[in-house]
Design a protein around this ligand. Structure first.
Ligand code: FES
Length: 537
């Protein structure tokens, strides 16, 4: 290359016309994608932007000037100067023909199909299809509700053979469980030599345009048109897959992936998708507990905050902040952890640690750290070291250097050896804890606050790669409930006679001004796909 020549990797842009409208597209990209990107509503079944092109459904046909026959737009690369007709009578007739063919053998069991309301066969049949069937032949009978895996059901009658699920298993999960067997109108979708049990198996239900693949978790639970969707982030590992929380009557009915090409493309793992039951668990701690005459009794939120502040203040006066330790939580938001850092500073706490549960991982989405915001806590400088300071903190508890502990979550109860942790916690003169459940190991606590789940609060998580992403409140909390950030704020207000509130824009402003890794990020720029932390020099 000549000296001074610049590399230019930007894709070449071409111009085309669709139904009289000028579009700009990247040279060579599928015509269907170019039209979808331009906001045109082009019907399609088998095309999926994250899978190879199959061209099997024929619904995306368009007329291209200079080409004698209709073309499927998903398998036609855009060319400069193309003139396309996507809604003329010839195209409409072809679409209607495709719909009629697909409905020829369809069982029309929409009233008992989970997909009804978000089914593209239903939607397009209403828009382009004929209102009556011309065939008198009986509809094909195939197997229904076949148990094809731990989490999946298959209805062969509903399948329209678009092969999205087959390609997903070959190209994304790379497990190849699903195939189309036989030919012509005898073709059926089925598993071959093993059940559909891969770690991402439930994504096949998301991409199935009809109700052929259903998850057992959502089967016959609720009609989809009742569900409200809230954009958030999966809390189950540090990947931070983007999700929609689907709720109705203040409970979660399902989690589904939300597309973010920088994080999870269009997928999420089954383990993360199924990890929401704990939010509605009736055994969850719902009322603060405070020690009275050697046992824990239920108390009011404000009373619990005042009690925690009084105990911490008395302890600080007696021993100084150095005798207090803290375990920060990888489940709390960046904003909550920032507020907790202010509380630690006020109390003079220097010894801190974080307990992060670890588990199964792969080289795709599933990460070993089973919490969404461990990196956020590290970026705020709350913890450091190989094990996030946990070993050192436990040593200090054992030697008696630490006589009081503030636990921001209950992960330490899973991570640390209970034989070691139990005596440490028993020895503490003051023990303040935030927990999802009443735990025997917390029996000697001074105060326990019920912790707030990811679905019940607003804020941000920082994923393993340093991408800061919004989580949103989808469920209402009982009146008077204080989130973890509000508890920290309440204790700080008692200790320092302040009157602050836990408000995200205010916390965010302080976080970005105080030299944290979040400096340079703006809260309103985080949506919808998150924003990366700036690299430190
Ligand atoms: Fe083009 Fe199916 S979407 S043929």
């Amino acid at each position: 290359m000549a000296a001074g020549a610049k590399l230019n990797n930007a894709p070449k842009l071409v111009h085309l016309t669709v139904d009289g409208k000028s579009l700009e597209a990247r040279e060579g990209e599928p015509l269907l994608q170019a039209m979808l990107n331009a906001g045109l509503d082009i019907p399609h079944y088998c095309y999926h932007p994250k899978l190879t092109i199959d061209g099997s459904c024929r619904l995306c046909q368009v007329r291209i000037e200079g080409v004698p026959k209709l073309q499927i737009s998903c398998n036609t690369p855009v060319r400069d100067g193309m003139v396309v007709h996507a809604s003329d009578p010839e195209v409409a007739l072809a679409r209607r023909g495709v719909e009629e063919l697909l409905l020829l053998n369809h069982p029309l069991d929409c009233p008992i199909c989970d997909k009804a309301g978000e089914c593209w066969l239903q939607n397009y049949a209403m828009r382009f299809g004929s209102r009556f069937a011309r065939t008198r032949d009986p509809r094909r009978k195939e197997e229904k509700r076949i148990d094809i895996g731990e989490r999946m059901l298959l209805d062969q009658e509903r399948c329209i053979l678009c092969r999205r699920c087959v390609r997903f298993c070959r190209e994304i999960s790379k497990t190849g469980e699903l195939h189309i067997f036989h030919l012509g109108d005898r073709s059926v979708l089925d598993t071959y030599d093993r059940p559909l049990n891969n770690d991402y198996s439930m994504c096949t239900a998301d991409i199935c345009p009809v109700g052929a693949l259903e998850t057992k978790d959502f089967h016959h639970k609720i009609r989809v048109w009742f569900l409200e969707e809230t954009a958030s982030v999966c809390p189950s590992c540090s990947n931070g897959c983007n999700i929609m929380l689907c709720t109705y009557k203040n409970r979660i009915w399902r989690l589904i992936p939300r597309r973010n090409d920088a994080v999870n493309e269009a997928w999420m793992c089954d383990a993360g998708r199924l990890n929401y039951g704990f939010v509605m668990d009736p055994a969850r701690l719902r009322t603060p507990q405070a020690a009275e005459a050697d046992k824990l009794v239920e108390t009011d939120w404000e009373v619990a905050v005042a009690r925690a502040a009084t105990e911490l203040n008395a302890f600080r006066k007696k021993y100084g902040g150095k005798a207090l330790g803290a375990v920060v939580s990888p489940h709390l938001t960046n904003e909550e952890n920032y507020r907790f850092s202010e509380l630690m500073r006020a109390l003079g706490i220097e010894r801190r640690a974080m307990a992060v549960p670890r588990g199964k991982f792969d080289n795709f989405l599933i990460k070993p750290e089973k919490a969404a915001n461990a990196r956020g806590a590290r970026e705020l400088g709350l913890v450091s070291g190989n094990d996030d300071g946990l070993g050192e903190l436990l040593n200090a508890c054992e030697t008696g250097e630490i006589k009081g502990l503030y636990l921001c979550g209950d992960d330490i109860l899973q991570v640390a050896d209970p034989k070691r942790l139990g005596p440490c916690l028993e020895r503490m003169e003051v023990l303040i804890a935030h927990s999802l459940w009443q735990r025997p190991l917390l029996a000697k606590a001074s105060v326990i606050f019920p912790t707030t789940s990811f679905a019940e609060k607003d804020g941000t998580f920082t994923n393993h790669a340093g991408r800061v992403q919004r989580i949103r409140k989808a469920l209402q909390l009982p009146a008077g409930w204080l989130t973890d950030g509000e508890v920290f704020t309440g204790i700080l207000n008692h200790l320092e006679s302040r009157d602050e509130r836990f408000e995200l824009p205010y916390i965010w402003e302080s976080m970005t001004q105080n030299g944290t890794a979040f400096a340079g990020l703006r809260f309103d720029e985080i949506d919808p796909n998150g924003a990366p932390l700036q690299e430190s020099d």
